[in-house]
Write a protein that binds this ligand. Structure first.
Ligand code: SF4
Length: 332
C-alpha cells in the first residue's frame, strides 16, 4: 500500500464534510454514531441540528431523552439516540469516573479501551473518535475498510482478525511515515466510500491501484469480498390506530428496550396473537404498510378505531414507520 499516495489523494480529493473541520471529540462522536446507519447526505442535516441543540456532552446529559429522540426522529436506528443520551448522562454523572469529559490521552492510559466502556461504543467508534479527535494511532475497521483490505489482498472472505491486523499494520506504516492517524483512517474509509465502491470500483482513478491484487484479477475486483448472505425475516403485525373526534391518534411511548424504544406510536399486535379477533371487532382495516429494517421485513395491517382522547403527533417523537402508519390511517 502506497501510504503517501493515498494520503495525498485524500488531501486533494476527499469530500468536504462539516465534521472534518473540527477536532471536538463530542462533535466527532456524534458524526460517527450517526454515520453508522444513516447516509452521509442525510446525516449532515441531523448532525447540524443535534449539535446546534446539544453543543456539548453536558448539554445532552441535562436534556430529557424525549427531546433527544425528537431530534433523532427520521434518522432511524433509534437505539443509537437512546445510547448516546445514556452515554452523556454517564459521562456527566458526578459520582462516576469521567468528570464530565469524554476519554482523551490526557486523562486516560488507553483512550480506545476507555471509550469502549461507554454505552453504545464499540471498537469502530472508539478507534474513530480516538484517532480523529486525538490522533491516537488505532485503525478503524468498517465495511469500507474491509472491502479495501479484501481487494488489495484479493481475499474472498477475510476474517475479522485478518482485516483488523492488516488495517493496523497499514496504520502503523502510515504513522512511521508521518501521516496523521486522523488522515489515514479517514483516507482508507473515503477510498472505500467513493472509489473502491461495492459494485463499481473506479480502479483507473485509484491512488493505490499499483500493487492491488484484485484490480486485474480474472474474476474482477468485485469478487472481493464475497457478498455476505443475509436472511430476512418477515414479521406480520397489526397497528391499532384509534383517533378522536378531531382526527388525533392515541399514542403510546414504547418501552426503552423495545424496537423504536422511547419513541411514540400506535399500539402494535402480533398478527397471530390471541387478542387479534377481539381487537379487530370494533376497528376497520384501512390498508397495509411494508417496512424494511436491516434483517426484517415488517408487514403491517393498519386498523382504525375510535378514542376519546388523542394527541397531536407533531408534539411527539415518532419513527418514520409510524408516520407512514398514521398517514395511512388518516387517509393520506
Ligand atoms: S485498484 Fe480498484 S479494487 Fe484495488 S483498491 Fe483501488 S479501486 Fe479498489
Amino acid at each position: 500500500m502506497n501510504v503517501k499516495a493515498l494520503a495525498r489523494w485524500y488531501a486533494n480529493e476527499s469530500r468536504d464534510l462539516p465534521w472534518r473541520a473540527t477536532s471536538d471529540p463530542w462533535a466527532i462522536l456524534l458524526s460517527e454514531v450517526l454515520l453508522q446507519q444513516t447516509q452521509v447526505a442525510r446525516g449532515i442535516g441531523y448532525w447540524r441540528r443535534i449539535l446546534n441543540r446539544f453543543p456539548t456532552v453536558t448539554s445532552m446529559a441535562e436534556a430529557d431523552l424525549d427531546e433527544v429522540m425528537h431530534l433523532w426522529q427520521g434518522a432511524g436506528y433509534y437505539a443509537r439516540g437512546r445510547r448516546l443520551h445514556a452515554l452523556a448522562v454517564e459521562v456527566c454523572d458526578p459520582e462516576g469516573p469521567w468528570n464530565g469529559a469524554l476519554p482523551s490521552p490526557s486523562t486516560s492510559d488507553d483512550t480506545v479501551a476507555d471509550f469502549q466502556r461507554l454505552p453504545g461504543i464499540g471498537p469502530y467508534t472508539a478507534a474513530a473518535v480516538a484517532s480523529i479527535a486525538h490522533e491516537v494511532p488505532a485503525a478503524v475497521v468498517d465495511g469500507n475498510v474491509r472491502r479495501v483490505v479484501a481487494r488489495q489482498t484479493a481475499t474472498v472472505q477475510p476474517t475479522a482478525g485478518d482485516v483488523t491486523s492488516l488495517a493496523q499494520a497499514w496504520m502503523d506504516g502510515a504513522h512511521e511515515r508521518n501521516v496523521a492517524p486522523s488522515v489515514w483512517n479517514q483516507a482508507v474509509m473515503e477510498l472505500g466510500a467513493t472509489v473502491c465502491t461495492p459494485r463499481a470500483p473506479t480502479c483507473s482513478a485509484c491512488p493505490v491501484q499499483q500493487g492491488c491484487m484484485a484490480r486485474d484479477h480474472t474474476n474482477g475486483p468485485t469478487a472481493f469480498p464475497a457478498p455476505a448472505k443475509r436472511r430476512v425475516i418477515t414479521e406480520r403485525v397489526l397497528a391499532l390506530v384509534d383517533v378522536d373526534a378531531q382526527g388525533r391518534p392515541r399514542l403510546f411511548q414504547r418501552p426503552t428496550e423495545a424496537r423504536f424504544g422511547g419513541l411514540w406510536g400506535p399500539r402494535y399486535l402480533d398478527a397471530n396473537g390471541p387478542e387479534v379477533a377481539h381487537e379487530c371487532e370494533r376497528r376497520t382495516k384501512v390498508g397495509e404498510v411494508v417496512h424494511l429494517l436491516s434483517h426484517r421485513r415488517l408487514e403491517i395491517e393498519v386498523w382504525v378505531g375510535q378514542t376519546e382522547h388523542g394527541v397531536d403527533p407533531a408534539s411527539k417523537a415518532i419513527s418514520t414507520l409510524d408516520e407512514r402508519v398514521l398517514n395511512l390511517a388518516k387517509g393520506g
